[in-house]
Write a protein of this length. Structure first.
Length: 636
């Protein structure tokens, strides 16, 4: 099979050539009869399901010539020489032949994606990279890039990338299996063994779609049967949250690999979405029966997907002699080909912009549910995330309310419940809707109680603003923790008794939304500073009552602590506006400032000299004299 390193530009069918030369009615007739193109130097595939409207215009494909062809954003990697596909809704970048460090070390893969944004608005790519996972430790290196259709004469833009399998040096799966499942377990495939296969990846973007279709065609070039497990490696990219309605969490989060895991944290896969604040993306297998498309294991934001099975661990531990019977195994006779297909959907920070395109591409019967989120006074609540829950309470998608508090979701037919976490508000009424095929429900209402919160201002002993950490504790276990149906609470989640944590800027100001309830608050700056309140380690914080519809105010003063151990012989300690910690479990007599900055007397761990000089006995000291109860006397 010819796989030259150079890029060839192809008009692959006579009908497409004729299309560019004709006009008027002849033009329409030519495009209507055009057949789906195919690679001339790679593995042929059936692209007809995505060639349903070859006359439609709007999709484009071109080689990246400069910054205007690139997307930009937190995870953007595209550069000159890569390939750009776009339509009026979405944009994608396919990396050219390249070698780099990362979960997907070779070119020929999706590396950037975003929705089409308003003119002048910067791109928000949040996608790391998608690439094949072959035999649990190998991947794809694309070498030949063919433009099958650039979209200028209508039809989907199609880029074909042909290459071979190569070692995936990012992951050592045999080591992970031995560590977590037992050293006696052997993988059914040898990741070190090169395969006699050719692969062509077809990247297809229809003119009006919000998802890129990826068809992987695999051909056995060898003289013996080829057995392989074909899946995908996904580098999730920027700051995103995992979402999979088929996982054990039935919504956001993933288990990952760690101590106590008995099956590497494997999950069933319907689709795997990655929701960011401004941009989201998703991997969605396209199966013949519309069922679950695979299983995956995730670690450190990277997901390894095995297609064709809902039990990745069973596939990992199947004996080599039985691997041909495993549903994840693709067996190809010499000269035989097969194909796998999936979607790469991209949307805004609204998860519903992803799921709508996934269900449409899968042919799922859907309807529309729309409504509004309101507070206790009937006012609209913008910027809330409203999840659609099935009868078992699992989340299937999520909408973001607009400036009028309204949301809209395209959903599979059935009964749905709508709810969400609202910062500083308690959910008082979930919405309900029954969605029918092609139908529309537009009267869903989700209600929340009155808002609450606290504003914190931190200053030092001089009265200057001080940056700090604010921790709000519940009275016991928190009544209103974040829920996995609404957000990722599997990693970096707050302890069960912590309602909120915030870090102020250099202005020392922070506002924390809190559901009205009793709390305790602690403010800190670091190990060499006092706490607020000063007895926080004993009292558990300063009591704080957040009233409905009100914003509590807290003014915290923190004092720097100086360790004076070894200075006991010092005649004078001169620290203005500074907390002084003397050695030993308790300090001697001295002055200590209260939490509001006022002086008080008494023993304790901290002693503060606020605006005068004192000797080591806590007596006022000035000019070689000390002041006692009867007056001034010479210092001894």
């Amino acid at each position: 099979m010819n796989t030259p390193a150079s890029v060839s530009f192809l008009c692959v069918t006579l009908s497409l050539l004729t299309l560019s030369a004709c006009g008027g009615d002849d033009d329409d007739q030519a495009c209507k009869t055009a057949s789906a193109p195919n690679s001339s130097s790679g593995v042929a595939a059936d692209l007809s399901p995505w060639w349903s409207d070859p006359c439609a215009k709007g999709a484009t494909l071109r080689k990246v010539a400069g910054d205007t062809d690139l997307i930009g954003g937190p995870a953007a990697q595209g550069r000159k020489g890569d390939w750009a596909l776009a339509n009026k809704r979405v944009r994608f970048i396919i990396q050219a032949d390249d070698r780099h460090s990362g979960p997907c070390p070779w070119g020929g893969n999706v590396i950037d994606a975003d929705i089409v944004r308003a003119k002048g608005e910067p791109g928000q790519d949040n996608l790391g990279e998608y690439c094949p996972l072959i035999n649990l430790g190998r991947t794809f290196r694309g070498k030949t890039f063919e433009v099958l259709n650039d979209g200028s004469n209508g039809g989907p833009a199609i880029l074909a990338v042909t290459g071979a399998d190569t070692l995936l040096d990012f992951i050592n799966l045999p080591s992970l299996v031995g560590q977590y499942l037992g050293k006696g377990i052997k993988l059914p495939f040898d990741p070190e063994k090169a395969l006699s296969i050719s692969i062509t990846r077809y990247f297809i973007l229809p003119p009006d779609a919000s998802a890129l279709v990826v068809v992987s065609a695999i051909h056995n070039d060898g003289q013996a049967d080829a057995q392989l497990a074909f899946g995908e490696i996904i580098d999730s990219g920027g700051e995103v949250q995992f979402f999979n309605p088929a996982s054990e969490f039935k919504g956001f989060g993933y288990r990952g690999i760690g101590p106590g895991q008995t099956n590497l944290g494997a999950e069933k896969l319907d689709f795997l979405a990655f929701r960011g604040a401004m941009s989201s993306h998703a991997f969605a297998p396209v199966t013949a029966d519309g069922g679950l498309g695979g299983s995956y294991v995730a670690i450190s934001g990277v997901a390894g997907i095995v297609l064709g099975t809902t039990d990745a661990i069973k596939s990992l531990t199947t004996p080599a002699k039985d691997v041909g019977n495993d549903p994840a195994t693709l067996t190809l006779a010499p000269g035989e080909s097969a194909q796998r297909q999936h979607l790469v959907a991209v949307g805004s920070g609204d998860l519903g912009t992803l799921t709508e395109s996934i269900w449409k591409a899968r042919g799922v019967a859907t309807g529309t549910a729309s409504g509004v989120a309101r507070d206790d006074q009937g006012e609209a609540l913008p910027g809330l995330r409203i999840s659609a829950l099935d009868a078992e309470g699992g989340a299937w998608t999520q909408a973001l309310t607009d400036e009028q508090g309204r949301f809209r979701l395209v959903l599979p037919t059935g009964s749905w419940t709508f709810s969400g976490d609202a910062p500083g508000r308690k959910l008082t009424q979930a919405g309900k809707a029954k969605v029918s095929a092609g139908g529309s429900v537009d009267d869903v209402v989700v209600r929340y109680g009155p808002h609450g919160g606290v504003h914190v201002a931190i200053r030092d002993g001089f009265g200057k603003p001080l940056a700090g950490k604010v921790t709000v504790y519940c009275e016991g276990t928190c009544k209103y923790p974040g829920k996995k149906e609404h957000q990722d609470v599997t990693f970096d989640r707050l302890p069960a008794d912590v309602a909120a944590i915030a870090f102020t800027g250099v202005d020392g100001q922070a506002t924390l939304p809190l559901i009205p309830d009793p709390y305790r608050i602690v403010v800190s700056h670091g190990p060499t500073w006092s706490l607020f309140p000063q007895n926080a380690w004993l009292a558990g914080g300063k009591p704080l009552t957040v009233e409905a519809g009100a914003m509590a105010q807290v003014s915290a003063v923190l004092y720097q602590a100086v360790d004076t151990e070894g200075r006991k012989k010092a005649r004078e300690i001169e620290r203005i506006g500074v907390v002084v910690r003397r050695g030993g479990p308790k300090i001697g007599p001295g002055r200590r400032l209260s939490d509001d900055g006022k002086r008080s007397s008494g023993d304790g761990r901290y002693s503060t000299i606020a605006s005068r000089r004192e000797d080591k006995k806590g007596r006022e000291f000035e000019g070689g004299r000390v002041k006692n109860r009867t007056g001034w006397e010479a210092a001894g």
